[in-house]
Design a protein. Structure first.
Length: 203
């Protein structure tokens, strides 16, 4: 068996993966059929990933090769989801980290966490921001087309899995084409999603 690729991932509880970007990487590595090993990382542990010459996760280590996987962001929906789950993300931090999280995030955004977070009230905006994806999935089973998931699917599914890990809010209606697509993605890759800790009531 190949030596696992290690991924520095944002720490929740065991098997609780909080970062959409890390999820996209988990999917992509699983897509290649490669084993993966998680190195749990906290937001204030920039020193541990300094070898990647930047301060964000995911960082992967594959043998002696380390580096950051650079992805582009899907803009709208992830920004809205961030506001929906922001207090859950705060609450998922360890008691020692919470004051640091509050202080650095409030300084960065220039507002109280409670003013940034919108919770469930953000759902209509989130669903609206998914409209272009909905149109695509009405035509094709995957963002990558007919044949199966590709990186675009990994990235969007990563966003949903971060929501699942953190928040009980129902992001999708059952009759949404994106709902069926999410079910397909959550069943893919030998159950990497099934084994992840999250909020089943949010589905
Ligand atoms: N666009 C970045 C996204 C990575 C990112 O923002 N990761 C977050 C976790 S979701 C992070 O590491 N945050 C550390 C911090 O905010 O200090 C990338 O190219 O990988």
């Amino acid at each position: 068996m190949a030596k696992p690729i290690s991924i520095y991932e944002l720490e929740g509880g065991p098997n609780q993966f909080l970062s959409p970007y890390c999820w996209a990487t988990r999917f992509a590595v699983a897509h290649k059929g490669l084993p993966i090993e998680t190195i749990r990382w906290k937001l204030n542990e920039g020193d541990k990933i300094a070898f990647s010459n930047q301060g964000l996760v995911p960082v992967i280590v594959d043998g002696n090769k380390g580096g950051k996987w650079k992805w582009f962001i899907t803009g709208g929906p992830l920004g809205v989801l961030f506001k929906i789950i922001f207090l859950d993300l705060f609450n998922a931090q360890s008691p020692e980290l919470k004051p640091w999280f509050r202080e650095t995030r409030e300084a960065k955004f220039g507002a109280k966490l409670e003013e940034i977070a919108v919770g469930e009230a953000g759902v209509p905006d989130f669903r609206k921001a998914l409209e272009p994806m909905r149109q695509l999935l009405a035509e094709y089973p995957y963002f990558g087309g007919m044949d199966g998931p590709s990186y675009a699917d990994h990235f969007v599914a990563g966003m949903f899995m971060a929501g699942y890990a953190l928040s009980p809010v129902k992001l999708l209606e059952k009759d949404d084409v994106i709902y069926a697509w999410r079910e397909r993605m959550m069943a893919a890759y030998s159950g990497i999603c099934k084994n992840a800790v999250g909020h089943p009531e949010s589905l």
